[in-house]
Design a protein around this ligand. Structure first.
Ligand SMILES: [Zn+2]
Length: 324
């Protein structure tokens, strides 16, 4: 038991603009962490090269006894193949990312096992281990931001699919021949339910002269909710339509996965009364009643640490199941 307590993990969270590297213990406490830019030269230096350089420095600086390190968990953006630990699909705009052999390179540097998964799945696992879905076994996590990310937990395990790509809830098609999406398809949920989509609708409303109240500044999530708070009805109507899309997406997911709890993440989830509560009441009033009994819909708790924490949890779970 004493030995187990000393076990430490490296948790890495690689996003499109920054990467975080942390030293995490077996209880999920982040003992030390650092964050670095990865887009400083437009990705001419491949993200993985930047992260590996920083990782070597991080290890040297924190002077951890290498013997205490048992594994590396990596949360990474894009289509991550969990079997090979490689980036098989890129978010498109990130140069030199697709094909990155994350697992292989990390294991080369540290000589301990590395496990890699998609960032949205890592966030879901983080919330299950130490966040808003602690102790739950069937969980849907949806992160609303520039896009819409998702992670599904079934019977305590992340739903990865054949290669690790499962959970791309933002690319559920909700409108036949709808708006074009970054994924190459049309009518994906994130074209309608992401924060970016809300901002776009508000900006369209402003240009059409239907929305007022943004004369003095930029349109962003916080400002939009301030306008709703102030009683700006045109903005509230647009926000309500946007919430309808999110609620519809969640209802579909609830009917497919029958979760105990739905977690809503992303910056906008700090808006409890004007956003999370509204989503909850729409979902609970429209989903089939046998699915909603005891169903909770709550904001995420771990914020931007969720990916790193979830990656470490994935590493622990994978090592445990391999030991069996
Ligand atoms: Zn799409």
């Amino acid at each position: 038991m004493k030995e187990q307590k000393k076990e430490k993990y490296i948790g890495i969270d690689i996003g499109g603009t920054t990467a975080k590297i942390g030293l995490v213990d077996a209880e999920g406490t982040i003992l030390r962490s650092e964050e670095y830019a990865v887009d400083f030269d437009g990705y001419e230096t491949p993200i993985l090269t930047t992260v590996l350089e920083r990782l070597k420095k991080f290890l040297a600086d924190c002077g951890v006894c290498r013997l205490q390190l048992v594994g590396i968990g990596v949360s990474a953006t894009g289509g991550i193949n969990t079997q090979t630990g490689r980036v098989d699909g890129s978010a498109g705009h990130i140069k030199n990312w697709q094909g990155s052999r994350i697992k292989e390179k990390m294991e080369e540097v540290l000589q301990i096992p590395a496990y890699v998964l998609n960032d949205a799945n890592a966030v879901a696992l983080g919330e299950v281990w130490l966040g808003a879905a602690r102790g739950r076994r069937n969980v849907v996590v949806v992160t609303i931001g520039t896009g819409i990310g998702g992670g599904i937990i079934v019977d305590g395990n992340p739903l990865l699919g054949k290669s690790g790509f499962a959970g791309e809830v933002g690319h559920m098609i909700v409108s036949h021949a709808g708006e074009s999406c970054t994924c190459g398809n049309f009518g994906c949920l994130e074209r309608y339910g992401s924060t970016k989509a809300l901002i776009k609708r508000i900006e369209q409303g402003i240009r059409a002269g239907e929305i007022e109240g943004f004369e003095d500044g930029a349109v962003n999530g916080r400002r939009i909710f301030e306008e709703v708070e102030r009683g700006n009805l045109a903005v509230e109507r647009t926000v309500n339509l946007w919430i309808d899309y999110i609620a519809d997406g969640l209802i579909s997911l609830i009917h497919i996965f029958n979760p105990e709890i739905v977690i809503i993440g992303g910056g906008v989830s700090v808006q409890r009364r004007l956003f999370v509560d509204k989503v909850r009441s729409k979902v609970l009033s429209r989903a089939r009643v046998e699915f909603t009994e005891g169903l909770e819909i709550e904001p995420a708790e771990l914020g931007n640490q969720a990916g790193m924490i979830g990656a470490v949890h994935f590493c622990r779970m994978s090592m445990l199941s391999e030991r069996r």
